[in-house]
Design a binder for this molecule. Structure first.
Ligand code: HEM
Length: 127
């Protein structure tokens, strides 16, 4: 069987443009910007590394930072259902911007949706 990895189907160039388009939106979003650093350069660099391995590419994130332990790394931040929806909205708009379409987009987004739900650690009414 000859299965193409999502990382290969999307391509490194499109993935990097996606992450840049995503953090551009995060930095302007009223529900998200307050919990992110002002300078998103390093955040975007780590996210490019993480999403590369999440999509089946080389383990760039783990090689530099160790096991992702994503939920634990998000515990210092109040991740509410509203913020998860905002995060996913920024991602959907970024996917539109870089014209990521078809089954590869649907599968990627479906996984991100589940991961985003898993990051929620605070109810909406506590913020
Ligand atoms: C880091 C928020 C979902 C992957 C961060 C940071 C914040 C954040 C505030 C710290 C940024 C920094 O200090 O540089 C959120 C919110 C989410 C969410 C509000 C909504 C559910 C996700 C999802 C993924 C993800 C779904 C992966 C698919 C990462 C990675 C980092 C990160 C890889 C960098 C961790 C590190 O410091 O090494 N996120 N995040 N996040 N997030 Fe999220």
């Amino acid at each position: 069987e000859n299965k193409t990895l999502p990382f290969e189907a999307i391509g490194d160039g499109t993935l990097h443009r996606l992450v840049d388009a995503f953090y551009h939106r995060v930095g302007m979003h009223p529900d998200l910007a307050p919990i992110f650093p002002d300078d998103l350069t390093e955040t975007a660099r780590k996210q490019k590394q993480f999403l590369t391995q999440y999509l089946g590419g080389p383990p760039l994130y783990t090689n530099e930072h160790g096991h992702p332990m994503l939920r634990a790394r998000h515990l210092p931040f109040e991740i509410t259902p509203v913020r998860a929806t905002a995060w996913l909205g920024c991602m959907a708009e970024a996917m539109d911007e870089v014209e990521l379409e078809g089954p590869v987009r649907e599968d990627f987004y479906a996984r991100l949706y589940l991961t985003a739900q898993h990051m929620i650690n605070t109810p909406d009414d506590e913020t």
